[in-house]
Every structure is written in C-alpha cells, then in structure tokens.
Design a protein around this ligand. Structure first.
Ligand code: HEC
Length: 185
C-alpha cells in the first residue's frame, strides 16, 4: 500500500499546481476586488494594472500579506503611497505565498501590456510558447475552457492509474498468498 500512498502525494501536487492559476482569479475576486480594479482606475486603493512590473515579486508578496508592516519598516515608497491614499489601511491578508503568487499571475494576465503581448502572433516558434503559456496562468474566459478540459484529463488519468495500481496490488497479494501456500506443502 506504500505505492498507493506515494501515488496520492504525486497526484495531489500535480493537481494543486494545475489549479493554482484558476485560484488566482477566485482569490482576487474574494479578497481584492472591493478596493482594487485592474485597468479600470482607482477605487479605494490604486489600480493594480501592471503592478507586477512596479515591484520585485518578493516585495509584492510582503506588501499584499501585510502592507502595514512594510509601511512600518519605513519603506519610503510604501509610506508615500499610504499618505497618498489618505492613510486608508489595506487589511492584512491571510494568504500563503502560493496563493499570493497566483493572485499576481491573475493581475499579470489581466494587465493591458501583458494581454496585448500574449495576443500578438509572432512568426517564429516563440509564438507557441507565448500563446500556450498564458492558459496556465490566466483566468481569462477563453482560456478557462482549455484549463477545464485539462483538469478533467488529469482527473481521468489519475483515476485510470489508481485502478491499475489497485488491480496490480490485488494480483500481487493473491500471488504471494499462492506462493505462501505452495511453500507450506
Ligand atoms: C479595504 C480595501 C483593500 C483591500 C481589500 C485590498 N487592498 Fe490593496 N490597497 C488598498 C489601499 C488603500 C492601498 C494604498 C496603500 C495604503 O493605503 O496602504 C493598497 C495598495 C495595494 C498595492 C500597492 C499598489 C501600488 O501601486 O503600489 C497592492 C499591490 C495591493 N494593494 C494589492 C492588493 C491585493 C492583491 C489585494 C487582495 C488580496 C488587496 N490589495 C486588497 C486597499 C485595499
């Protein structure tokens, strides 16, 4: 049964990475949309369009998790932003690094320059990488379908593997029982 256990661990990590980008959209809509737009102007907080180009990822993660601790650390641009927004406090977010990264991926895929870049076809082979990659990191409506199909495919494959493993385990059990009986005789 050890194999089955290992298999489940592998399966789990496979599915969770696959769902990461989709989660970004959901997490954004659940936690950020009240105060931020992407490309539609200032709401309570600043427009987040292209904010991934404004800061290194590490700083962005820190900020999103706890803007107040970045401000408290004396970071000048953070303090300036806080003052500019009349000291409205962005609440701390109870999110893991991975969840924040998936939100950033969602912001990225909905920022104008990146959306444009992924839609301009190029003649060389980078065309395929540019058009295929966003399907893994965006929650855009036309990419959602292929993502869903992929999810079903993964789930189907996983089920198939599970059945094969169970059948094999059963066969091994029967065989070792038979061998045991044979040895007793
Ligand atoms: C209650 C409103 C509110 C919510 C909810 C909120 N923010 Fe903010 N956010 C702000 C305000 C206000 C600022 C401006 C800085 C300040 O006042 O602290 C800001 C600033 C930011 C900045 C810096 C922008 C820049 O141009 O430098 C980022 C990035 C950011 N928020 C991301 C997020 C993300 C991602 C979420 C969801 C997980 C989120 N925020 C949820 C209010 C909010």
């Amino acid at each position: 049964m050890k194999t089955t256990f290992l298999f489940f661990i592998a399966l789990n990590s496979l599915i969770s990475t696959n769902l990461l980008a989709q989660n970004g959209e959901e997490l954004y809509k659940a936690n950020c949309i009240w105060c931020h737009s992407i490309g539609k102007g200032i709401l309570v907080g600043p427009d987040l369009e292209n904010v991934h180009n404004k800061y290194p990822e590490e700083k962005l993660i820190k900020w999103i998790r706890s803007s107040q601790s970045v401000i408290a650390s004396g970071d000048t641009s953070a303090v300036a932003l806080f003052l500019k927004f009349n000291k409205v406090i962005m609440p701390d977010q109870k999110l893991t690094d991975e969840e924040i990264i998936s939100i950033i991926a969602y912001i990225k895929s909905n920022s104008a320059s990146d959306v444009a870049a992924s839609k301009i076809p190029e003649k060389n082979t980078s065309f395929t990488t540019k058009t295929v990659l966003p399907t893994f990191e965006s929650g855009g409506s036309d990419t959602n379908k292929s993502q869903t199909v992929l999810n079903y495919l993964f789930a189907g494959l996983a089920l198939l593997f599970l059945i094969i493993i169970l059948v094999l385990a059963g066969t091994i059990n029967t065989l070792s029982n038979k061998i045991g009986e044979g040895l007793k005789k």
